[in-house]
Design a protein around this ligand. Sequence first.
Ligand SMILES: *Cc1c(COP(=O)(O)O)cnc(C)c1O
Length: 357
Amino acid sequence: MINFTVGPVQSSDSVRMVGAEQVPYFRTPEFSEVMFENERLIKKFAHADENSKVVFITGSGTASMEATIINTLTKEDKVLVVNGGSFGHRFVELCRLHEIPYTEISLDYGQALSKEHIDAFDGKDYTGFVVNLNETSTGVLYDINMISDFCKKNNLFLIVDAISAFLADPINMSASKIDVMITGSQKALACPPGVSVIVLSENAVNRVKNNDAKCMYLDLKNALKNAERGQTPFTPAVGILLQINVRLKEIEKSGGVEAETAKIADIAEDFRKRISDLPFEICSDSLSNAVTPIHPTTASAYDIFTILKDEYGIWICPNGGELAEKIFRVGHIGCLTKEDNDKLIEAFYDLKKRNII
Ligand SMILES: *Cc1c(COP(=O)(O)O)cnc(C)c1O
């Protein structure tokens, strides 16, 4: 099987080997050291300020999205939420559920966020901005520099869901003055699902400390207090945190975050170059390195997904809902090579030969 979805994705052999080992007891100085190292490397790769803190949540990315909304925002806030697909919509739902005042910036499928969209809210009474850097459902990467300039000018608290963008697209928390960055274990981190990560700026840590969050499992005050000693309030997904440790050290050894991002960009570019003679349209105004959204012009997208899975042992990523027949996505994150691209391209050409596309 070759997995070109956007998560869970393929893991390296060293990460998989850790998965085969016994899971150790974790209230130990040894495990605390692993957690401190995880924090140090995540901060380094996110270009976070020295005073930033990292918490590891046992729960998929959505748990960290919810923890962020509950712990860093209050009813006194008024936030702008970019809604360009199902993950933007999830932030809208979270704000509604937790009664955080918000205004939605709704985008069409595949549409980039423009300066006109946000300038309409310049100089108003907003306090925060919430965005998915790469809206993975549509494969649109928003312009972080434009968003950052707007937030700096309007003094907005900036929450960035970089769950699929972290490691795949350039991100610099310090330069972009990002207050909260979220990522997850099963995207470009290329580990099993189950852990998500929240990086909090000093400003965000202060917001957490002054917020009376009404929840227990996702209480970030408690998580931050435990993180001081390299621990978590409750039993975390110990095995996955050990796999994350191996993976982060692997990235560090092979040139750091810049090298990893360049590798993913290279694989994405190689793939995109080689589909130009196929009956496919790339349907995003602004592509992330993590994923290519494709509209096949001669066949059902869902049929292509099914045939590749059942007859070729290749997994691409179907879209849900209304677009299931129209669009599929090809992910470029995880342990993939250009030789894997060869096999996928070959399969597409075979579908063409068989008149399926
Ligand atoms: C994958 C993803 C999520 C989180 O999804 P989970 O299934 O909860 O891990 C959120 N936002 C983005 C942009 C994602 O790519």
